[in-house]
Design a protein around this ligand. Structure first.
Ligand code: FAD
Length: 470
């Protein structure tokens, strides 16, 4: 067993942070063990997050297109129906194949994989209650905590994953709810709301704050919200959930304005609570070795991902920073590079964010609000997808590209894209920011025609000069 000999690196958690750290450590020649309690690798992201949500977003989009758009393209279908079990089975197959693929990657890289629940005995010893009912002690010179995050509810609301669901339950509903209420207008709520909305649910999003997706550029957000409203998603902003009643057939919510005021009620078949996620360290026995956390439970680390306990590191959703899979992966690689005596680096200002609705919204760098707050003089270049030939050709032209650049130097400060494939388009901008490019650098780069990427080039032209096609 792995318990008898000491590892260079032990990773607790097999999510995108943990499994990537484990593979990288092994690639750097370090003897590595990865401990995961779930029974499958890939963490939240592969099992109940990024991947199943994208599977359902794609399937529901196909249905919606077949029902509402095919005819516009001269494609006649006699009747279109949802086969929900088949849709769920396709999602489960994708998840199963990918999690098994990760297991193959650990094997290929000679990472020892221990299935079980890890807890600290000392800064170099982890006791694992294995899934087969046994116990083993895994020793390591360096321990990386990559235990991720868990769903969070709201005071007074108990998630039963039937009528009141978290994102996990919303990925596995057995029936299409007639009415769905989403509490929380973050990206997860809007993505899951879109899935069920496309399949026929009446979706109402209740949000305490005055805006949806608070991190989004304000101007883009306005267009995005209008687009979702066109898709029949309803929003109740500045609204607080006071209580939840599950006594009857469905669920009855009592609401009031966030600032206080008259109460109203709203009924639904299913309520999705997507009011954020919370770092997960339960059962790890962090107190036993004295690892420090902040007041919301995140493990505090320095720039080298070291906690206050030497030899104990933390990465991903369990430390401060954007709770995103690609950020966790970057953390994992950099952390292991430090352990191996190399330099690691993550630029947290350049972590792209994507909302995978239709159209998608993707961004990197600063929003206009952030640039203003910094007091930087800036220029804005915009280009609507309506003026992009490819988007017009395929009749999918809702959205825009918006670039913010320094007024004096033209250095790009932020890029915001709303487009059908914004999550792919954004990476040209991510690379540009990474290399400290100016908007003119993008504008003078030859882009293939006809592509939606040309909208980025034209927005770049609009930033320091004039676009051609508008
Ligand atoms: P996790 O993925 O949470 O993995 C931690 C793992 O550690 C878990 O598998 C857990 O079982 C295990 N573990 C915990 N404690 C122990 C222990 N004591 N012993 C052994 N094992 C333990 N992010 C994106 O970038 N793009 C998306 O499109 C996206 N969509 C999402 C959609 C949904 C519905 C949700 C919920 C999340 C989504 N996310 C997305 C966020 C993404 O899933 C997380 O940011 C990412 O999974 C964090 O990775 P991690 O490795 O830090 O933690």
């Amino acid at each position: 067993s792995s318990g008898s000999d000491e590892n260079d690196v032990v990773v607790i958690g097999g999510g995108p942070g943990g499994y990537v750290a484990a593979i990288k450590a092994a690639q750097l020649g370090l003897k590595t063990t990865c401990i995961e309690k779930r029974g499958t690798l890939g963490g939240t992201c592969l099992n109940v997050g990024c991947i199943p949500s994208k599977a359902l977003l794609h399937s529901s989009h196909m249905y919606h297109e077949a029902k509402h758009s095919f005819a516009n393209h001269g494609v006649k279908v006699a009747s279109v129906e949802v086969d929900l079990p088949a849709m769920m089975a396709q999602k489960d197959k994708a998840v199963g194949n990918l999690t098994k693929g990760i297991e193959g990657l650990l094997k290929k890289n000679k990472v020892t994989y221990v299935k079980g629940y890890g807890k600290f005995l000392s800064p170099t010893e982890i006791s694992v209650d294995t899934l087969d009912g046994g116990n083993t002690v895994v020793k390591g010179k360096n321990i990386i905590i990559a235990t991720g995050s868990d769903v969070k509810s709201l005071p007074g609301i108990t998630i039963d994953e039937e009528k009141i669901v978290s994102s996990t339950g919303a990925l596995a509903l057995k029936e299409i709810p007639k009415k769905l209420i989403v509490i929380g207008a973050g990206y997860i709520g809007l993505e899951m709301g879109s899935v069920w909305g496309r399949l026929g649910s009446e979706v109402t999003v209740v949000e305490f704050a005055s805006e949806i997706v608070p991190t989004m550029d304000g101007e883009v957000r306005k267009q995005f919200k209008r687009s979702l409203e066109k898709q029949k998603m309803k929003f109740m902003l500045n609204t607080k959930v006071v209580s939840v009643d599950t006594a009857g057939n469905g669920v009855k919510l009592t609401l009031e304005p966030s600032a206080g005021g008259e109460q109203t009620t709203l009924e639904a078949d299913v309520v999705l609570v997507s009011a954020g996620r919370t770092p997960f360290t339960a059962g790890l026995q962090l107190d036993k070795i004295g690892v420090e956390t902040d007041k919301v439970g995140r493990i505090l680390v320095d720039k080298r991902f070291t906690s206050n306990v030497p030899g104990v590191f933390a990465i991903g959703d369990v430390i401060p920073g954007p709770m995103l899979a690609h950020k966790a992966e970057e953390d994992g690689v950099a952390c292991v590079e430090f352990i191996a005596g190399k330099e690691g680096h993550v630029d947290y200002d350049l972590v792209p964010g994507v909302v995978y609705t239709h159209p998608e919204v993707a961004s990197v760098g600063k929003t206009e609000e952030q640039v203003k707050a910094l007091g930087v003089e800036y220029r804005v270049g915009k280009f609507p997808l309506l003026a992009n030939s490819r988007a017009k050709a395929i009749d999918d032209a809702e959205g825009l590209v918006k670039i913010l650049a320094d007024k004096e130097t033209d250095k790009i400060l932020g890029v915001h894209i709303m487009a059908p494939n914004a999550g792919e388009l954004i990476h040209e901008a991510v690379l540009a920011l990474h290399y400290g490019a100016s908007s003119e650098d993008i504008a003078r780069t030859c882009h293939a025609h006809p592509t939606m990427s040309e909208a980025l080039k034209e927005a770049a032209m609009a930033t320091y000069d004039k676009p051609i096609h508008i």
